[in-house]
Structure formats: structure tokens, C-alpha cells
Design a protein around this ligand. Structure first.
Ligand code: NAD
Length: 317
């Protein structure tokens, strides 16, 4: 069966995501939808022009919402972007309206696959998408802190001079300023990271914290210099898509629904989760330190406040 992915939003993120999938042979059929159909068509044509250079030929084209009916994954990358000085939460109301509008059109086709959300603030938009779609919560997933965690691993790998594949560390919570790095369960190979840091003379816990703050603030620096971020999130979405389509059951930090875990309810927040072709199989509960737990609760409060804001604007009941 052809692996079909529909991307709603053919801007920088949507195009980077499509291009990452094309280069990694992740899907057989990619459809791009955008309010600006000329842009979606131009991206699709530009990418399909390279078909002859690919190991396997694939279809990439623009289309309309009817394409969602038999899609395995619909990924929403349409929305307003963060401007310089603006936080992801500032975007909430405008992007919630866009999300609602798009999800309604997707669901009119009787779409029954996995809904993957990338627009910011992503934890809140994933919540909106689930409420509007009424899809099973396991089938509505946000890209969450997958990219933040990749940035963290890269920074730690450079700091410790160790291959990033041997760095096991995650950022959880809101994909935004209130996120946190979970040092209590971070590992270097099989060794607890804090133990390893304590043994090395040339590195410090403060240096490790800087790896986190640099990961957390990376988007601001990129936006300052080139207006927006897109290659990293394109690769992150491609990885999530690949893990779903090939049923990898891999643990990724994604924006997932919590119902009671850490006493959190009725929200999406980024946590480590096992993801496969039926969506989220399981959310892993971590043995957080007291400080980490307090930070997670603070982060969850930020998300709840934004959900309340959206509700007060009448976007959700
Ligand atoms: P962009 O401005 O380049 O593209 C957005 C596209 O959405 C435009 O082509 C626009 O025409 C389209 N669009 C807007 N409303 C639409 C609608 N109702 N229906 C169909 N298409 C519509 O922006 P971008 O750089 O691609 O960013 C898109 C989103 O991704 C933003 O919300 C941004 O904050 C988010 N983002 C998320 C992450 C992450 O880690 N989750 C990273 C980077 C960007």
C-alpha cells in the first residue's frame, strides 16, 4: 500500500518536511495543500523535478482536502510564524483559529489516520486539533520537544565530545520557554549523566545547564538571523512520520494527551512516548526529581493558561 502523507501548509516548514521525506524515501505519495495553491504547486513541481535522481520514484503534488480521505498521516504546518521578540504562546489565538478551520476541513473527508501537528504553540494546537477532530487521543500527536531534545543532544555531544547517539537526554514540558531538561534520567551510554559529569574534571553541571538553555533558545537566535526555523523541524517531522509509517515503537519526546499522569489532566504536553503505526502506544512516566516535577507543573500551567485563553476567545467550547 502506498504510504500517503498530506501536508497542510506549504510554507517553509511544510516544504522542508516534504523535502526531508523525499530525500529519505519516507512516503510514496506526498500531497501539499495551502491557501496559496500556486506556492504548493511550485514546491511540489520543484521537488518532483528531482524524481529521476531518487533511488525510488515518488509522487509529490499539490491538492485539496479530498486527498485527506485515504491519507495515513495529515500533518498541519500552516499558521502564523513567531516574529522577532514574540513567544510561541503569543501566537496561540490566531493559530488556534487556523487549526480549527483546517481540522474541520480534514475531518469532512472522514479522515481516519494520524494527525500530526507542528504549528505553534504546538502543545496547545495539538489539544485544539484533538478536540475539534474528536479523533482518538492516541492518533493526534504534536511534534512537541522532539526538535528541542535533538538540539540538547547535539549541544551535550559537543560539550562532552561524545557521539550524540550515545547521549540520552530529553527536554519535556511545553515546547517553549517553560520546558525542562530531565537530568535525573539522562545517560551517557549506560551511565547516569550527572555521575559522569561529576567524574570529569573538565566539565560542570553549569556547562550542562547551558547546553539546555542554548537548546531552548535556539529558535530565537535562528529567527533573529534568518527570519524563521524550518530545516530542523522538517527533519524532526520526517523522523516522526517515518517511525509511524514503519511502526518503529520508538520512544520520542512528543506532545501527547495526559489523563492523570503527574496529576495533569485534559491537556497535551511533551513527554517521552512510544510511537508506532497506531499512534501513541504508551506515555512513559519518569521518576522526576522534586525540582523537575515543580518545573513540569509550572510548564503545564503555562499550557493550561493558554488553553483557557483560547476558550475565552470562543475558539473552543
Ligand atoms: P510560513 O509563513 O512559511 O508558511 C505558513 C503557510 O501556511 C503559508 O504558506 C500560508 O499560506 C499557509 N496557511 C496559512 N493559513 C492557512 C490555512 N488556513 N490553510 C492552508 N494554508 C494556510 O510559516 P512556516 O515557517 O512554515 O511556519 C509554520 C508554522 O510552523 C508556524 O506556526 C511556526 O511557528 C511553526 N513551527 C513549528 C516548529 C516546531 O518545532 N513545532 C518549528 C518551526 C516552526
Amino acid at each position: 500500500m502506498a504510504r500517503k502523507v498530506v501536508i497542510v501548509g506549504a510554507g517553509m516548514v511544510g516544504a522542508s518536511y516534504a523535502y526531508s521525506m523525499v530525500n529519505q524515501n519516507i512516503a510514496d505519495d506526498i500531497v501539499m495543500i495551502d491557501l496559496n495553491n500556486d506556492l504548493a504547486s511550485a514546491h511540489a513541481q520543484d521537488m518532483s523535478d528531482g524524481n529521476v535522481f531518487l533511488p525510488n520514484s515518488m509522487r509529490i503534488r499539490s491538492g485539496d482536502y479530498s486527498e485527506c480521505a485515504d491519507a495515513d498521516i495529515v500533518c498541519i504546518t500552516a499558521g502564523a510564524i513567531q516574529k522577532e521578540g514574540q513567544t510561541r504562546l503569543d501566537l496561540a489565538v490566531v493559530n488556534a483559529k487556523i487549526t480549527k478551520n483546517i481540522v474541520n476541513q480534514v475531518m469532512e473527508t472522514k479522515f481516519n489516520g494520524i494527525l500530526l501537528i507542528a504549528i505553534n504553540p504546538v502543545d496547545v494546537m495539538t489539544y485544539v486539533a484533538q478536540k475539534v477532530s474528536s479523533l482518538d487521543k492516541r492518533h493526534v500527536i504534536g511534534s512537541g520537544t522532539n526538535l528541542d531534545s535533538a538540539r540538547l543532544k547535539k549541544n551535550i555531544a559537543n560539550y562532552l565530545n561524545i557521539n550524540s547517539q550515545s547521549v540520552h537526554a530529553m527536554i519535556i514540558g511545553e515546547h517553549g520557554d517553560s520546558s525542562l531538561a530531565v537530568w535525573s534520567s539522562a545517560l551517557v551510554g549506560p551511565k547516569p549523566m550527572l555521575e559522569y559529569i561529576a567524574e570529569r574534571k573538565d566539565v560542570t553541571v553549569q556547562g550542562l545547564e547551558e547546553c539546555y538553555t542554548n537548546a531552548r533558545d535556539a529558535a530565537y537566535k535562528i529567527i533573529e538571523n534568518k527570519g524563521s526555523t524550518y530545516f530542523g523541524i522538517g527533519l524532526s517531522l520526517a523522523k516522526i512520520t517515518s517511525d509511524i509509517l514503519t511502526d518503529q515503537d520508538r520512544v520520542l519526546p512528543l506532545s501527547v494527551s495526559v489523563d492523570g499522569m503527574y496529576n495533569l489532566n485534559d491537556m497535551y504536553i511533551s513527554l517521552p512516548a512510544i510511537v508506532g503505526n497506531d499512534g501513541i502506544k504508551e506515555v512513559l512516566s519518569l521518576n522526576l526529581s522534586d525540582e523537575e516535577y515543580m518545573k513540569l507543573i509550572n510548564s503545564a500551567n503555562m499550557i493550561s493558561e493558554t488553553i483557557d485563553l483560547i476558550k475565552s476567545e470562543g475558539v473552543l467550547d
